[in-house]
Design a protein around this ligand. Structure first.
Ligand SMILES: [Mg+2]
Length: 253
């Protein structure tokens, strides 16, 4: 039917149809003069803020799952032949196992950033959500016989609510070490405490086989100065250290 109509069309039919199409296209692209004579304001592109990539992208959830899937493979191989309860994985909490995107969006709407008071109020709400991929990893470590140590810089005074937030989300943990009120944010002493068996049922030294975090300070003896070092300094990433993306905040600021 269609091809027959086309076959019968004369060059004149064709030119008229083409002319009409061009005219319609031109009309749709040309802004019509407003009766008021006011040119409509251009529609602005959506603002890109520090939460945009986490909120809008498919890539964020893809990479967190990718990191945890890779960590699962590596830890499974590393744990082979180790006695149950003889090894552990250390994880950070915020933007590693749990997401505080809601808090970040609330602060953004107020045109404000982090404050200790607003953060404290947020932790009390216990409304952080799981980072995609985290729960499956925690469960897998448990199944393999590993211990889970959460080492976070949430304050000791915020720790009960933080543990409760994990528990609400069925996120497994064995030891949960917060930052002592007035104490150092440096996690290295707490990493050492975990290795010595602090807070674990056996209270015996334990082999830490992997660290997971979103901040360079979540990894033993590292800080931003690694940036100026060569490939060798980064070698543990992907084999013992597993990094989640956090474009919203961190020690890079
Ligand atoms: Mg963190």
């Amino acid at each position: 039917m269609h091809h027959r109509a086309a076959a019968q069309a004369t060059p004149n039919h064709f030119r008229r149809a083409l002319g009409l199409a061009v005219a319609l296209l031109a009309a749709s692209c040309t802004p019509r003069p407003q009766q008021t004579g006011v040119t409509p304001a251009p529609v602005p592109a959506p603002a890109v803020t520090y939460t945009s990539w986490v909120t809008r992208s498919a890539e964020f959830g893809a990479i967190t799952r990718q990191v945890y899937a890779h960590a699962t493979d590596v830890v499974t191989r590393a744990a082979a032949g180790k006695a149950r309860g003889s090894w552990a994985v250390i994880l950070d909490a915020d933007e590693t196992v749990i997401s505080n995107l809601t808090y970040q969006l609330e602060r953004e709407r107020l045109d404000s950033g982090f404050t200790a008071d607003s953060w404290n109020a947020w932790t009390k709400r216990q409304e952080a959500t799981p980072i995609p991929g985290a729960k499956a990893f925690l469960d897998h470590v448990r199944t393999l016989g590993g211990r889970l140590a959460i080492v976070t810089n949430r304050l000791e005074s915020e720790c009960a609510d933080s543990r409760a937030n994990f528990d609400k989300l069925s996120l497994a943990w064995d030891v949960f070490l917060c930052r002592p009120n007035g104490g150092p944010s440096d996690k290295n002493p707490r990493f050492a405490a975990v290795a010595a068996g602090a807070g674990l049922p056996t209270a015996r030294p334990i082999e830490v086989i992997a660290w997971v975090g979103d901040n360079i300070l979540d990894f033993p003896a590292l800080d931003q100065s690694i940036r100026r070092q060569g490939d060798a300094a980064f070698a543990p990433f992907g084999s013992r250290f597993f990094l989640l993306p956090n474009p919203m905040y961190g020690s890079w600021q």
